[in-house]
Design a protein around this ligand. Structure first.
Ligand SMILES: C[S@@+](CC[C@H](N)C(=O)[O-])C[C@H]1O[C@@H](n2cnc3c(N)ncnc32)[C@H](O)[C@@H]1O
Length: 296
């Protein structure tokens, strides 16, 4: 048997599995795979420009063989490499947290604009409800402008642990003036005090009604706690959620919440019945309803 270079193996693998790869990873290119293999190799201690010229010898213990097997199984690339790019940084991800999405970067941008507009060189207390990997909270902490007191909550202990690990990794890019705490809580239940800004990308998919629209890679590999709410509990969950945001938001405060395009108009109407004077639906870059901006 002739020994192939990694480059040749990758090309053969991509061409022979292209159909199922593209079903699992819409838009996946050979170029993106090369980048992820580079990252994966780097994180496994191999840092060489000649990586793709190396001979590739499949074996049960070769991290690249495991990489190719996981690709064939449809495991999301971010869970294979263990890292996801978000906003301006790389965040560790595990199967216990949602892979942060590019749409959610808009939530960070909107929050950063609020901070610049209303809190330049001032203190600003922010909550990130359902922090997951910590991507939203940590990205804002890395953006300078105001002194932030950031409270990141999650109901999942494993998620909170990972968020703290990501905070530790990025600590040198975060000003010492900021304060941060990670709190296990159902929404904002165990969190005292008021907030100037309340952010959240909560679970917002109705398990039954929306299930068919969710890509099977998401339902197969991402944590359901981060994604789904039972259909018959949906309204009550958001009523309690908005009520606690209303109670914890300072009088001039703003809340930005990501949501499902099919449900955001109903949720905006619900927020108004709870007392918010402003509940505006904001679209993402593909003109889909994606966020709610709430003001008291
Ligand atoms: C859609 S994920 C968002 C993760 C992260 N903020 C992001 O944008 O990538 C929702 C997160 O909310 C957490 N969560 C679910 N139910 C919760 C609850 N009742 N209270 C607090 N967090 C909750 C999940 O564990 C998960 O980390």
């Amino acid at each position: 048997m002739s020994i192939q270079s990694l480059d040749q193996h990758l090309k053969d693998f991509y061409n022979s599995e292209k159909k199922s790869l593209l079903a699992n990873y819409p838009g996946l290119t050979l170029h993106r795979l090369r980048q992820d293999i580079n990252l994966h190799a780097f994180l496994n201690g191999v840092d060489s420009e000649e990586l793709f010229d190396f001979p590739y010898l499949p074996s049960r213990t070769n991290p690249l063989t495991i990489f190719f097997e996981k690709l064939s199984d449809g495991v999301p690339l971010e869970y294979i490499t263990g890292y996801a790019y978000f906003y301006r940084s790389l965040f560790k991800v595990t199967k216990d947290v949602l892979i942060p999405r590019s749409e959610t970067e808009i939530l960070v941008e909107l929050a950063a604009q609020e901070i610049k507009k209303n809190f330049k060189n001032k203190n600003c207390r922010i909550a990130d409800i359902g922090t997951g990997s910590g991507a939203i909270a940590i990205s804002l902490l890395m953006d300078d402008g105001a002194t932030l007191d950031m409270v990141a909550t999650d109901i999942s202990e494993k998620a909170l642990k990972l968020a703290q690990e990501n905070f530790f990794t990025h600590r040198y890019s975060i000003s010492n003036n900021h304060k941060v705490s990670f709190i296990k809580s159902d929404r904002l239940e165990s969190v005292p005090g008021k907030f100037d800004i309340i952010l959240s990308n909560p679970p917002y998919i109705k398990r039954k009604a929306d299930w068919a629209e969710v890509h099977f890679q998401v339902t197969n590999f991402e944590p359901h706690l981060a994604l789904f709410i039972e259909d018959d509990q949906y309204d009550l969950w958001f009523q309690e959620f908005f009520t606690s945001i209303y109670e914890k938001l300072s009088d001039q405060g703003v809340s930005l919440v990501e949501g499902h395009e099919n449900h955001l108009n109903d949720l905006a109407a619900m927020a108004k019945t709870i007392g918010f004077r402003e509940a505006v639906v904001i679209q993402d870059y593909s003109q889909r309803n994606r966020f709610l901006k709430l003001k008291k």
